[in-house]
Design a protein around this ligand. Sequence first.
Ligand code: PLP
Length: 380
Amino acid sequence: MSGTRIPFNRAGLVGDEFRYISEALAIGHISGDGRFTKKCHELLEKELGVSKVLLTTSCTHALEMAAMLLDIQPGDEVIVPSFTFVSTANAFVLRGAKPVFCDIRPDTLNLDESRLQALITPRTKAIVAVHYAGVGCEMENILATAKRNGIAVVEDNAHGLFGRYKGRYLGTFGALATQSFHETKNFTCGEGGALLVNDARYIERAEIIREKGTNRNRFFRGQVDKYTWVDIGSSYLPSDVLAAFLFAQLENREQIQTQRRRIWEYYAKRLNVWAGRNDVQLPCVPEHCEQPWHMFYLMMPTLAARQALIGHLKAREILSVFHYLPLHLSEMGRRWGGKEGDCPVTEAVSDRVVRLPFYNELSEADQARVAAVVSEFACG
Ligand SMILES: Cc1ncc(COP(=O)(O)O)c(C=O)c1O
């Protein structure tokens, strides 16, 4: 079977992006916190019911802000899954924290809540819960463990905007949560992110940290007559041009989610029998979780089968990718003593995951081709 190349990802346009960017340019305020940044803040605060949303230049930067807000100091420990993107850990390491790697559940690939208590020490300051593929971690249990031990919970919700756990939006459980608007995400502006502040005690300092450590926001609100350097911080505001792009996407969230749902459900239905025959596991979405249709992955039976499938697809001009390499076995992770066997589920899973092409504008014909080519592949 042949055809045009099918990429793994492609940023989609909903149509209003250019109009809003032109509007931002016409207004003449294209630095941070202009009209469209405010519109994004209002939309997300209203829809999610979060006290304060602050757009940032990336999810990585929102995580760095979270680490500053929690006053992470050298020697503090922060529990993170080993199966995640580097920024989940790096943001805290930048403040001097030791990352303590937790294994994941074999079903949802989320933090294994049953292992948390054993990893907590008097130095533990936070648990970072990553909602893998936008499927919620077991938040009730994680929050109870954190509360019992007096430690904070941060949700790295890079994948999960508009996903829900037991009816409640992801990103609304932890004291702080972070979003990504990188081009691989459901809603994008190329590079971007957001910090969600659920604990109102952090709002004022979050504004300061995001504005280079100054009280500029208070100045703009007329609460002080000049602004000055009051705390640590950096420049985490995206340009309003990016916010204009993002607003178009967020405003059209239903259209985007409908497209993505169709793609996800097609893969799940079309590949179900093939998966059963080939000992391949399809994504697990527990009944109490509503997923945001972020990604579709296959859990292959072995590393060899995973690599062979990627090669089989590539030979037919279809690009698929794998992730994450276990953080505890990375060069950095080993500096904190990470070694083989520490997180057995992560180690087994990271060799076997493969993600299929998934983007808003993936056509039905292209998707049918992906599914057909996958189905031709026999494991082992
Ligand atoms: C779980 C997770 N956290 C954080 C990030 C970083 O996001 P960004 O590229 O917006 O900094 C990613 C990136 O994909 C991610 O997968």
